[in-house]
Design a protein around this ligand. Structure first.
Ligand SMILES: [Zn+2]
Length: 238
């Protein structure tokens, strides 16, 4: 399939699919088979572990507190997407690659209550948060959420779990922070921005899991693969 044809099919799927079939893309990183999920998360079957970057819980609430016109319900939406992922993959462990809470202003009673209810629904599951820059300002999640909080790099199997993209001397880095998106071109001036995974030598960078997040427009280059997420599928460029 030509590049243009690929882009056109992504665009049509992204805009028209009402109930598309959810599929994942299998890749091998650090000698391990992992699944890139269309919900902007990664599942490592051998370790039954789910990785998620940049949840930014409470970002919309933080903006609303400033009187900005942003949607409500994003925390509930994020938590229900997490619950759906847990139901589908039954992980034993979730590792958050930083920026769990967006800001100190996100610690509203309703958001903390929603998090506590959600955590209680998955009480047996281990959860680890690798501190990101937003966590440093927002503060660690409340202890009652029972999320282990660690600094980067958190070594887990062959992976160095980080928030900030970087290289590690011995481990393959999994990181977030920059919220990568890539631009796909359709016919004429038509183009589309999609969140994407970025894989290059020694590291992979995740798209932001949270809704309502901006993005770093990343270009493909030799040695770098982009995996855009659109239409409930994970694609690969080039
Ligand atoms: Zn960050």
């Amino acid at each position: 399939m030509s590049f243009i044809a690929t882009v056109a099919s992504i665009a049509s799927i992204a805009s028209t699919a009402a109930h598309p079939v959810t599929t994942f893309r299998e890749v091998e990183w650090a000698g391990e088979t992992v699944h890139l999920l269309p919900d902007r998360a990664l599942f490592w079957p051998a370790a039954q572990t789910l990785f998620i970057a940049d949840l930014h819980i409470g970002k919309a609430a933080t903006y609303r507190a400033l009187g900005q016109p942003v949607p409500s319900g994003t925390t509930a939406e994020n938590l229900s997407r997490l619950t759906a992922l847990i139901a589908e993959h039954a992980p034993q462990h979730i590792i958050f690659l930083g920026d769990f809470l967006h800001a100190a202003a996100a610690r509203t009673p309703s958001i903390l209550q929603a998090l506590a209810v959600w955590r209680a629904q998955h009480a047996e599951m281990a959860m680890t948060l690798v501190r990101g820059n937003h966590d440093s300002r927002a503060g660690d999640p409340p202890a009652q959420l029972q999320i282990d909080v660690v600094n980067e790099p958190f070594l887990f199997g062959p992976f160095a779990c980080c928030h900030h993209p970087q290289l590690h001397a011995t481990h393959f880095v999994l990181a977030g922070h920059v919220h990568p998106v890539c631009r796909l071109f359709g016919r004429g001036r038509d183009s589309l921005r999609l969140p994407c995974f970025v894989a290059e030598a020694g590291q992979a960078i995740f798209p932001a899991f949270g809704e309502f997040t901006g993005g770093w427009l990343v270009a493909g280059e030799p040695g770098r693969n982009l995996y855009p997420v659109g239409g409930e599928q994970v694609w690969r460029l080039p």
